[in-house]
Design a protein around this ligand. Structure first.
Ligand code: SAH
Length: 354
């Protein structure tokens, strides 16, 4: 059962080409049903025999909602249980430009960034394209909204699950389904250079965000092990190449960690590296995680850091934080749930202030 392909892994064209789906025009109908969250049973205008054949060869995944937390600011956080029992998190945020969803791409993560809760238990497995899509479909249904923007910034390193993530990007963009344009999708990566080069060749209009978090290798290696494999110089060259090949400027994420990477010297070094690239720097407040001694920057350091970048002609914005009261970041809910399970306590935890 577990090894069957998910039916939501396919684009409409791929569905039409499946030997089980005849006549081929049924593919479009099935695709639309699937992406509205329907099970085979619920597809009322599809012949029983066809549904029977499909159920023998494929699965229609449907995650079970384990938890839902709704923040005072409207942000919603979900914990979903997948068909094999693993859990993943999804966050829905409401911005002026529309409802934006942050989805996970892996169960756990193997990048080992010291500030991140998602990686503490290592990588369990990759999500399939269906499982990435399901987070959007079922969150949209539960919240009763049409989701307009997607960020691949939940648990996992999207480029470490390259094939499934690229397939997901093709399916989510297809007419008849969710049909969300690539310009409304951001993919965040810790910086796997070979994969960034490969992604450039796909010629998708998505926004690539790179988690930089430090202006030099010495510091970056202390907080992001991936920096040992890919030096910052190589990473920035790769990002420039990505821009040349796709016409899409790469943006950089920079978590502000108190007295670690938030000094004026760090800001100046970062400005030296990025000046002239027209890059956007997204400064992010560090969310405390229990396992880590790192602290968020002081307000004054954030302002000073931003000013140094702006004075050098860079655009640097400080990301507004949503969902403060519901652990809405980076694997926090899943970690908490795991701990509760270990302690034999199934009650939702209190408002773990982040
Ligand atoms: N693996 C990808 C995408 C998932 S992480 C990446 O590294 O980009 C999404 C973003 O959240 C990254 O910029 C990551 O560095 C950041 N992040 C991780 N832990 C965080 C924390 N405790 N506080 C704030 N941001 C965090």
């Amino acid at each position: 059962m577990e090894n069957l392909r998910g039916l939501k892994d396919f684009t409409p064209e791929e569905l039409a080409a499946l030997p089980e789906i005849t006549p081929a025009y049924r593919a479009g109908q099935i695709f639309t049903w699937l992406h509205r969250g329907a099970t085979l049973e619920e597809m009322t205008n599809i012949p029983k025999a066809l549904k029977q054949t499909l159920s023998e060869h494929y699965i229609v995944t449907k995650p079970e909602m384990v938890k839902r937390q709704i923040s005072q600011d409207g942000t919603r956080k979900y914990l979903w249980r997948l068909s094999d029992g693993n859990c993943v998190e999804t966050v829905l945020m409401f911005y002026k430009h529309g409802p934006s969803i942050c989805v996970s791409t892996q169960v756990g993560c193997r990048m080992g960034c010291v500030f991140c809760a998602s990686t503490k238990g290592g990588l369990v497995r990759n999500l399939t394209p269906s499982e990435i899509l399901d987070q959007i479909i079922f969150t949209g249904l539960d919240a009763g909204v049409r989701i307009s923007h997607i960020v691949l910034m939940g648990t996992g390193e999207p480029l470490d699950n390259y094939d499934n993530v690229v397939q997901f990007l093709k399916v989510v963009n297809a007419p008849g389904g969710l049909n969300i344009g690539h310009r409304h999708i951001s993919l965040s990566t810790s910086g796997l250079c070979d994969r960034i080069d490969r992604l450039a060749k796909e010629q998708m209009q998505i926004t690539l965000s790179v988690s930089l978090h430090a202006p030099n290798d010495t510091l970056r290696r202390q907080i992001m092990p991936v920096a040992n494999a890919w030096p910052i110089e190589t990473l920035l060259d790769t990002c420039n190449r990505y821009f040349k090949e796709t016409g899409r400027r790469v943006s950089y994420e920079y978590i502000m960690i108190r007295d670690v990477n938030d000094t004026p010297a760090c800001a100046r070094e970062l400005a030296d590296r990025l000046a002239g690239t027209g890059s956007h720097i997204n400064m992010i407040g560090l969310n405390n995680i229990e396992e880590s001694p790192l602290k968020p920057s002081r307000r004054e350091s954030v302002a000073a850091f931003q000013k140094i970048l702006q004075d050098r002609g860079l655009t640097a914005t400080v990301r507004r934080q949503l969902g403060f009261d519901i652990d809405a970041s980076c694997g926090q809910l899943r970690r908490k749930y795991q701990r509760e399970q270990q302690m034999g306590n199934n009650e939702p935890g209190g408002n773990g202030k982040t």
